[in-house]
Design a protein around this ligand. Structure first.
Ligand code: UDP
Length: 476
């Protein structure tokens, strides 16, 4: 287990995005929590420091809470590959998907408990009576035993889920149930994700948020944006002005230096290209392959869209610690790409982004999302799509599937286009063409999307809801 060093982020910097009234409410609540939490530590534990939505959000929330005076820390529980194979299976089953076809029986429970025991020993050495522990996702559920050991309040925060239960979800929940029962509060992104046996009095619903000022979402001008995309090898050409820079959380100016690893035919697309983009981990439930095939048939192989190119963008597959399937999923996508007719293959690229420097990675994602003509999130299941909020914040028109939390993020035809059936590739292609053919519609949806995020999915709402959880624990 190791602690992630997080920069402090002054909550007052949010003022220009949330306005005076919301800012005042946030500062008032922060003052109250500062008093109640004095001398206590708010521990967050998850299983990866980079890659994916949980790491993305923890970096932001821990930083804001600490600078508001609530001593918040972030620990990453480490584990063996067989443990992560099991927790990935749980993750897939909780989404109603069979995953790798393996079991969740006695042997898996044994491995899960053994790893949990090791991490629990380390956690016991760090946590003191009076502290509060927030555990994220199935990988850390077993650590809720710390409550019995030290008498500290424990919150389990689940970032995944499926609205309707099925045989897979039920079996995964049965596996987790004994580990979850000690927790005082269970937090879900949607109420329907919680299994029936979770006591509704101990259930809190908190949708995620994005940080408008992080390297991922901060405004960048067009010259810088193009410089980043050329530097990373994602667009051809040499922009006349602009350096590939971004602002780091500590205020320093960072420079994008690394290149993306790209599977493509020929050279990068030119500056005038319209990009359709999906940014995701290489996870089957994100259906990168479906995006590829839907784009190839619905856009690349049809006449009239010669200036349009697809980028499937994910993290470099060596770097996401708790995701054992990413290499395989990328390989499957590459194989599907290789099977496309050459005319389509030339218009689709598979992009793996460098992950050595999280903020550099974020700056590249920022530039890609801002440059995109359309951002896609064609997930088969999605607890809540941070990538959807990120694109909406950048006023991009989004085509996404009407699954899970995405339905809370986008109202169809108001803030983006939703696809009722995530496997409907014809419908997917038609939605892309509709936006490519109608720039006014694309602009209107993009503007409404930005407003939606501004109202609902920024950190002030999120932090206030977490303060509400502390109140439930009798702290504030
Ligand atoms: N992401 C990233 N670099 C990548 C691919 C993804 O930073 O190369 C980020 C993405 O911008 C988003 C997060 O990973 O912030 C994914 O969160 P989301 O909720 O969309 O999905 P999850 O990975 O949690 O299932």
């Amino acid at each position: 287990m190791f602690q992630v060093q997080v920069r402090l982020l002054d909550i007052s910097r949010l003022a220009r995005h949330i306005g005076a009234e919301r800012q005042a409410a946030l500062l008032a609540r922060a003052a109250r929590e500062r008093e109640v939490m004095a001398g206590r530590v708010l521990w967050n534990v998850n299983s990866t420091a980079t890659g994916g939505g949980v790491a993305e959000m923890l970096a932001q929330l821990v930083a804001y809470a600490t600078s508001a005076g609530v001593d918040s820390r972030w620990l990453v529980a480490e584990a063996s590959p067989d443990f992560f194979a099991i927790t990935k299976r749980i993750h897939n089953w909780l989404h109603g998907s069979p995953g790798d076809g393996g079991e969740l029986g006695r042997a898996e429970q044994h491995i899960y408990q053994e790893v949990t025991e090791t991490n629990l020993k380390e956690l016991r050495q760090r946590v003191r009576p009076g502290d509060v522990v927030i555990l994220h996702d199935p990988q850390t559920a077993g650590l809720s035993r710390i409550r019995e050991d030290l008498g500290v309040p424990v919150v389990w925060r689940c970032h995944v889920g499926k609205d309707e239960s099925d045989a897979w979800t039920e079996r995964a929940w049965e596996f987790l149930r004994p580990h979850l029962e000690p927790a005082d509060v269970h937090v879900f992104s949607r109420e329907s994700y919680a299994p029936k046996w979770i006591d509704r009095d101990r259930l809190v619903v908190i949708p995620p948020s994005i940080d408008p000022l992080s390297a991922k979402n901060q405004p960048i001008n067009d010259d810088t944006l193009l410089a980043i995309l050329v530097q990373t090898g994602l667009l051809a050409g040499r922009p006349a002005a602009g350096a590939p820079t971004f602002r780091r959380e500590d205020g320093a100016i960072g420079v994008v230096e690394r290149q993306a690893t790209v599977i493509r035919e020929g050279s990068p697309p030119p500056l005038g290209t319209r990009l359709v983009v999906q940014v995701s981990r290489w996870d089957r439930l994100k259906d990168m392959q479906g995006v590829l095939e839907g784009f190839a048939a619905g856009v690349a192989l049809r006449g009239g869209y010669d200036d349009t190119h697809l980028y499937l963008v994910g993290p470099s597959v060596e770097r996401v610690a708790d995701d054992p399937e990413d290499q395989q999923v990328l390989a499957e996508c590459a194989a599907a790409w290789g099977r496309l007719p050459e005319q389509a293959r030339r218009r689709c690229s598979l992009v793996s982004l460098p992950m050595h420097d999280v903020e550099e990675n974020a700056a590249i994602v920022n530039a890609i999302q801002r440059f995109a003509a359309i951002v896609v999130q064609k997930s088969l299941m999605e607890g809540f799509g941070l990538t959807v909020s990120e694109a909406m914040w950048k006023a991009r028109p989004v085509v996404a599937t009407a699954v899970g939390g995405i339905r809370d993020q986008i109202v169809h035809e108001e803030h983006g286009l939703l696809l009722g059936d995530p496997t409907d590739l014809d419908g997917f292609g038609a939605s892309l063409r509709r936006l490519l053919d109608d720039p006014d519609l694309a602009n209107r949806l993009g503007r409404a999307a930005q407003q939606r995020v501004s109202e609902r999915f920024l950190p002030d709402r999120h932090l206030l809801q977490w303060a509400g959880v502390l109140s439930r624990l009798g702290l504030g």
